[in-house]
Design a protein around this ligand. Sequence first.
Ligand code: SF4
Length: 415
Amino acid sequence: MSISAAVEVKGWCPGVLRPMQSGDGLIARVRPWCGAFGLTQAEGLAAAAERFGNGHIDLTRRANLQIRGLDHTGLSGLQGVLERLGLVDRDPQAEAARNIMIAPLAGIDPAELFDVRPVARALENRLAVDATLHGLPSKFGFLVDGGGTVSIAGERADISLRAVGSAMALGLDTGNGTEWLGSTSRDVAAEAALAAASAFIGISGGRGRLRNLGAEGLALLRDVVRRMLDPVVSELPIVSRKSLGVLDLGAKRIAVGVAAPFGRLEADQLRRFVEMAGDAGVTDIRLSPWRVLYVEARDVAAAHRLAEAAHGISLVVDPDDPILRIEACPGAPSCRSSSVDTRRDAHRFAALAFEGTLHVSGCAKGCARSAPADLVLVGVQGGRQGRYDVIRNGTTRDAAERTIDAAEAGTLLDV
Ligand code: SF4
């Protein structure tokens, strides 16, 4: 396929083989295998982002990484590098289907019930090669969680697999949250999840999301899935632990979590983090849906040195850092839908007295956050460009109480 033919001007989930056009060029989303990049891969990604893109790298809420600012020549160069790093799927359909989130400390956390990486690998290997599953909608996703210190069980995915005792519970995303239908052995959990996905394609024609199935469609799907499961599921508390900084996991295992402000890394930051991580004995970098990177360090001293060094390159390791209360999408000039420089403004707002959650969005689409925030500032389009609509205790889709400019927003937040 020619590169230009592969470029999608519009789309929900850009890939390396099917990038998406944005205000600062093409965006290529890179999906790690089993939720982690090896250090060589991460170093290659940083170098490629600098050489072929504009150096901006976004961590996504589906635990992927996006390289921005590519032109057609740059895209071709990037694809070549990623091919050598083992990060390119065989076709755009396989790439789009391989949409899996896994608990970021899987396999290294003594507190998890068991290592769920074999389940995630079985899922992604089948999604990558089984063309019958390539009829899944592009945003359809899976979640695999083993519990433990950093759990992603509270995140939303169309099909969830969660360790329970020595088995795995299977849940479907519905309009009322995850509905846990039963459990199965870890050896066949991936097979059961894929059978559920296949049944979803049959029922929905591969359109929409599982949560949008009507009552009849959901009942049909439940019937199919329940036949594969033991109906007993013990109580599953909803948890989502977004730990940051140095994490003593017990049994002499030490991890470090670092956040990038608003999920934006610069290529040089990533390269330096990879170098420092190598010095701390790190072998891979794990991604999370809350856009924190996790690594396992050699020992406590190495972990503290790494956390300090990460802070030194403007990464966040303090869970109380006010910037973590703010979500901001790329905004202008990166995104054509925005007339406001959301991240520039958000950096400024982080220094102000406001203590609640703040969502600064370039437009009403609200890419950075779907949950309500205490205060939402939405860039205005049309004739009042450069101003923000103000919404309290809501989302970008709620009614605005008034419209203000960025300077006024600062006054609003500094109380
Ligand atoms: S919320 Fe709007 S402005 Fe922000 S990244 Fe999404 S589409 Fe662009």
